[in-house]
Structure formats: C-alpha cells, structure tokens
Design a protein around this ligand. Structure first.
Ligand code: NDP
Ligand code: 2IT
Length: 450
C-alpha cells in the first residue's frame, strides 16, 4: 500500500520531461534574427516573459469508480499567455500528463493561436487520468470531479478549454454539464461541445481537415503537386488521424498506414475508414489489431516487434507523411527511412511529433517540413468560431465553417512562407511559423505594458 502511494507520487513529482525545453529551444533559435534587430524586445524582457507561464494551477480530483473505490488524480491548467485574447487550449487525459508536458503544449499553443490571426491566448490542461478501460459512468464521474475544481479558473472571456488526447465531445459534454450545474451559466465556456448544446459544426473534423487543407496548399505552391493518387503515411488513430485520413481520401490520396499506442496497420489498398472508425472513433479504445479481423489482407505490426528507436508507420514508401499521434514519435531513424523511400513532405498533425534531429535532416535534404503549430491550427481556429457562435447565440452552417477553415489554413501557409522568405530562411516553415507568431504576440505584450 505504502509502496503504491510512493510509486505514484514519484511518477507525478520526479517525472523528468524535456519537452518544454525542446519546444522553447526551437522557438528561441528561430527568433535570433528578429530579436537581435529590435532593442524593444530586450527593453521589455519579451523573451523572458514569453517563456514564463502566467500561472500553473494544480488541483486534486477525487472520484468514486464503479466498484465504489475512491480514486485520486492530479488535475492541471496552465495559463501561459493571454496577450492576444482569452487563454485557449485543450485538455489532455492520459497517464503521461505532467506539468512538463502541459508546459510544452501550452507554450506551443501561444504561437499556434497567434498564427490563426484570431483573438486567443495560449493555455493547456489535463490530468493523469487514464480513460482506457473506464465505463461511461466512470468517465462522467471523473469529468464532473475535474470540473468541480476547474470551474474556479475558467470563463468564456477568461480561459476556454477544449479537447486533446483522451478528451472528445463526450468528455467535453460531461464537463460542460457540470460547469452549468455549478455556475448556472450557459456561456459556452468550453469548445468542442456536442452540437446539441452549443458545439460548432465541423469542430470534430477541424484539426484533421485543416491539416490536409494546409498540406494541399503547401504542395501546390512549393511543388506544383496535388494529393490526388499519392500514397500517404499517417500515425495515430484518434480524432486528428481519422479526420486527416478522411480528408486525404476526399482529395484522392491513398493512406497506407495508421497506428495506436500498441501497433501499426499497413493496408496497401488504403485504410478503410469505416473499419477504423468502428474501432477508434469517438474516443473508443479498441486495439487496432482488430482491423485485420475485418481486412485480412492488411498487416499489423506490434510496437515491440519493430526495431527500437523507429516507428513502423514510417517504414513504407510514401509521398507525404502525417504524424498525428503524439510528441516525439518520428525520430531521426524514421526520417532516414522516409527519405530513403523518397518522401517529399512531412506535415505535422500532432503537437511536436518530430524530434529536432529528424526536422534538421528533413530540412537539409530538401523535404518540405510543416510544423504542427501551423498545420494543425485548424482545430483551435474552429474552436474560436464556436466561441463566436456562442457569444452571438448563432449557429453557422457546415459550408460556412468549412470555407472559413480552409481560408485560415491557406492564409497560415502564406504567412509563414512569406515570413521565412523575408528573414532569409526560404522554405524553413519552422522559422517562418515561429517568427510570424512571435511578432504578433510580442507587439501585444509591448502595448499592454508590464
Ligand atoms: P486522441 O486521443 O483522439 O488520439 C490519440 C491517438 O494517438 C490514439 O490513436 C492513441 O493511441 C495515440 N497515442 C496517444 N498517446 C500515445 C503515445 N504516448 N504513444 C503512442 N500512441 C499514442 O487524440 P487526438 O487525435 O485529439 O490528438 C493527437 C495529437 O494531435 C496530439 O498531439 C494532440 O495534442 C494533437 N492535436 C489535437 C487537436 C484536437 O483538436 N484534438 C488539435 C491540435 C493538435 P491509443 O488509441 O492506443 O490510445
Ligand atoms: O492542440 C490543440 O490545438 C488542441 N488540442 C485544440 C485546442 C482548442 O482549444 O481547440
């Protein structure tokens, strides 16, 4: 008993996590050419202020499982920067969640949200709660307990959480229900809500569809190519991966891989979305191994059967790769394999899925590389559309949201490509994204004073 408690404490208190430093280091290196040319950034200590969260909120989440056992989890919300608008960013429910991971995600969110051009600041939150294997009632009880604490810190003009890994419309529905019970306020304080009570059409699809709108623009402008008939590799099998695959298929591409935390599917005929959605849609957690029950010609590669340091999703020849699962899932070894197989573009659907060494290699080998903070910004953009609809008590139709989403994604591509060029970093979309996003946030921070 004591050992179990100590082991849990060790996990939540000693977790060494370098993802925040990884994210900050990439951004600061990108910013060198701009910060050296403008003394205001030093005068106003913009970089130091930008890498320090406004506040880190941690709370205890107590709930009772289906066997009437008391369960305790850690809950967090990191409000990083609200210079451009209310804090905005998802909630992640996954056993790997720690302050370090959420700091990296909240930091990235500042830049992503800035690139959308919309009035939203950066935040992230979540819990080390593991939704896998939990009943609907357990998920509901956990979400209600989580909101009992979180409601103290959020508000439609203060901080608007949404989904991320392990949090979809079902969880957001339970969270919003509890928020309304406590506050009696129907103000749309979360985005990604079910359509029945304030959700926006297209929010479930928005991140994945946006990734593909971005990719189509990038390929057209940089390579004079389209996605039609191209083989694409995708990792993940959750919200972002499923809708990336769906839109790639709409555009005539053939998606040959997808994966979950246990293994990878390779389907040379193209991933069957209906089968995939039955296993993994709407926060379902069945193992991908069952894909081959429905499609026996597909191949399943168990994670432990693939060589250390590599990921099977990246081991097949493809024109473009879309990492859509989690951070640091595409390593240097994977980059070497993809390049050896002739990949032309890598477009990130997940947040920071590519390691720094892999990014360097793609860039030096002339592979187009689009960072998640630009390519996956469609999700948060449609979240902001949901905030607008809630504020004005309107409902926009599907085509209106889709048109606005695709405009934003094309605009983000143009803005980062132009910025990269302007600073002598042509085709370096990492530097282009970081510089363009930074300029907007930094101006706001200067104007609002210290
Ligand atoms: P989901 O929970 O819907 O799906 C996550 C997928 O990734 C699952 O297939 C899961 O496998 C797999 N996965 C999660 N963690 C790991 C891990 N540690 N190792 C291997 N596989 C893992 O999450 P989303 O699709 O919403 O999020 C995916 C990525 O996209 C994340 O990086 C998220 O931050 C980012 N993102 C999400 C947005 C959104 O709107 N939802 C917006 C922008 C970015 P399994 O099924 O086995 O758990
Ligand atoms: O990483 C992300 O951009 C998200 N998880 C979505 C954030 C949002 O507020 O919609």
């Amino acid at each position: 008993m004591v050992d179990k408690i100590l082991a849990n404490l060790e996990k939540s208190n000693c977790a060494i996590d370098n993802t925040f430093l990884q994210a900050v280091s990439e951004v600061l290196h990108s910013l060198e050419p701009i910060v050296n040319g403008d003394s205001r950034y030093e005068t106003y200590a913009i970089l130091e202020r930008l890498v320090t969260p406004d506040r880190i909120i941690q709370f205890k989440v107590q709930w009772v499982d289906d066997q009437n056992r008391v369960q305790i989890n850690n809950g967090y919300r990191i409000q990083f920067n609200n210079s451009l608008g209310p804090y905005k960013g998802g909630l992640r429910f996954h056993p790997s969640v720690s302050i370090g991971v959420l700091k990296f995600l909240a930091f990235e969110q500042i830049f992503k949200n800035s690139l959308t051009g919309l009035p939203i600041g950066g935040a992230k939150g979540g819990s080390d709660f593991d939704p896998k294997g939990k009943s609907d009632f357990e998920i509901m009880k956990f979400c209600r307990a989580f909101m009992r604490e979180l409601h103290l810190y959020i508000g439609a003009r203060i901080d608007v959480p949404a989904g991320d890994i392990g949090v979809g419309a079902r969880e957001i529905g339970f969270l919003y229900g509890e928020y309304k019970r406590i506050t009696r306020s129907y103000d749309g304080v979360l985005s990604g809500k079910p359509y029945a009570f304030g959700g926006s059409l297209l929010r479930p699809q928005a991140t994945g569809y946006g990734v593909v709108y971005f990719a189509a623009e990038l390929l057209k402008e940089e390579l004079h190519e389209s996605l039609e008939g191209k083989s694409c590799a995708v990792s993940g099998a959750g919200n972002v991966a499923i809708h990336t695959i769906e839109k790639l298929e709409h555009f005539g591409a053939k998606v040959i891989t997808c994966s979950d935390s246990e293994g990878t599917i390779y389907d040379s005929r193209g991933i069957d979305l209906k089968v995939l959605k039955e296993l993994k849609g709407d926060e379902r957690h069945a193992s991908l191994i069952h894909y081959i029950d429905a499609i026996p010609s597909a191949v399943y590669i168990k994670k432990e059967d693939y060589p250390q340091g590599g990921h099977a999703a990246w081991s097949y020849p493809c024109f473009a790769a879309f990492p859509c699962a989690t951070q640091n899932e595409l390593s240097l070894i994977d980059a070497q394999t993809l390049i050896g197989n002739g990949v032309r573009a890598v477009i990130e659907g997940a947040n920071m899925p590519t390691t720094p060494e892999a990014i360097d290699l793609f860039q030096s080998e002339g592979v187009l590389f689009a960072p998640g903070k630009a390519a996956n910004a469609g999700g948060v953009a449609v979240s902001e559309f949901e905030m607008s609809q809630n504020a004005s008590m309107e409902k926009w139709d599907f085509n209106k949201v889709d048109r606005k989403l695709s405009e934003i994604m094309r605009h983000i591509y143009k803005r980062i490509a132009l910025t990269a060029k302007e600073y002598g970093r042509e085709r370096n979309f990492v530097d282009g994204a970081n510089i363009a996003a930074f300029k907007r946030v930094a101006e706001a921070m200067i104007l609002e004073g210290v």
